[in-house]
Design a binder for this molecule. Structure first.
Ligand code: CDT
Length: 338
């Protein structure tokens, strides 16, 4: 294995509305310690890792809402230095493990659904990504506190950094002297081919993606409103795996996906399905529970070469002069029906 890395998805089990950050932090630290003790060099954590997935609630109490974000201003410095979560990042640095972690970011000027990639060697943020595709609505469809809403458009602005790949220089030595090229997505982004291809065009070798995917919310998905809970769960898992495996394959990259999983508050189920997928689209490791769990694999980045140089040699086979529609505004424009 010429450019081998040991990587992990850190699946995080139920985090309830009442679960404290201190409890979550202790669990995350246990996961990163477990990974380090097994020689893992990169751990991917879920979307909104430090709190419950709060966009499912219609929150009218501003103080409660404010508590779901990390405050990152010129005064506080990067999230890694902020008092609520610094302890976690300090542990990752002490253990020399790279981490990607998702969180609600409040800059003082705007709120975003964000993920940072942090070097284990230096503790510095190597890249920050803000979720581009925010699912759901601004207004709740049901005011019942027990309802699973999807209010990301209410609580976050759409990401404004685009899909910028970067070199994980922290992993250079482990990777035969050439730093891995890394891309980041957050949850719903993984369902959109556009982001993956932007990363494919930058030669990304490892795509890191955390998520919170509800296992039962037919009112959000459309389709059969009377679907059983079992069938809905199966469908959600099927679509999650379908998009990740297909897009990893068509862009010739590894993908590490990390779930916030399990039944939050006993009534908001989230799928597990944390996995590591190879550039041919195969699942090489996958979670077995709905709880805190490490999914670990050794990956060789040279395995990206075959797809990148042959079937999906983007420079050789793409026909961008014919793809104009992809960057035009608006939605579907069917041909006229004469
Ligand atoms: N967190 C997140 O983006 N969840 C969405 C749910 C979509 S349900 C309409 C997802 O794509 O998994």
């Amino acid at each position: 294995m010429a450019r081998a890395l040991k990587v992990a998805a850190a699946q995080v089990g139920p985090v309830h509305r009442s679960t404290s950050r201190a409890e979550v932090l202790a669990r995350l630290i246990k996961l990163v310690e477990g990974a380090a003790s097994q020689g893992v060099q990169l751990v991917v954590f879920p979307e909104t890792t430090f709190t419950t997935f709060f966009p499912r609630y219609y929150i009218t109490d501003d103080k409660e809402l404010a508590n779901y974000y990390e405050y990152e201003t010129e005064e506080t410095g990067p999230v890694t230095e902020t008092k609520n979560v610094k302890e976690f990042f300090d542990h990752a640095k002490a253990l020399c493990v790279d981490v990607q972690v998702g969180y609600g970011e409040d800059t003082g000027k705007g709120r975003y659904n964000t993920a940072v990639y942090v070097s284990g060697a230096t503790g510095k943020v190597l890249n920050k990504y803000r979720k581009v595709h925010l699912p759901g609505s601004t207004e709740p469809f049901d005011l019942e506190p027990t309802t699973t809403n999807q209010l990301e458009k209410r609580y976050f602005l759409p990401g404004n950094f685009g899909f910028q790949a970067f070199r994980a220089s922290s992993l250079k030595e482990h990777c035969g002297g050439t730093s891995p090229i890394v891309g980041q997505l957050i949850c719903n982004d993984r369902r959109w081919a556009e982001g993956w291809r932007c990363y494919g065009l930058q030669g990304v070798e490892i795509l890191c993606c955390g998520y919170n995917t509800t296992a039962y919310a037919p009112q959000l998905w459309g389709g059969d409103q009377n679907i059983s809970r079992e069938k809905a769960y199966e469908e959600a898992m099927f679509h999650h795996k379908l998009v990740v495996q297909a897009h990893a394959y068509t862009n010739s990259m590894f993908c590490i996906t990390a779930a916030r999983a399990g039944n939050d508050d006993g009534r908001h189920p989230l799928i597990p399905g944390s996995m590591i997928v190879d550039p041919e689209g195969h699942i090489v490791a996958e979670s077995k529970t709905e709880d805190d769990e490490l999914v670990i694999a050794v990956i060789d980045l040279d395995d990206c070469k075959q797809g990148k140089e042959r079937t999906f040699n983007l420079g050789k086979h793409r026909r961008p002069e014919l793809y104009g529609r992809l960057v035009e505004g608006g939605g579907v424009q069917p041909p006229p029906d004469e």
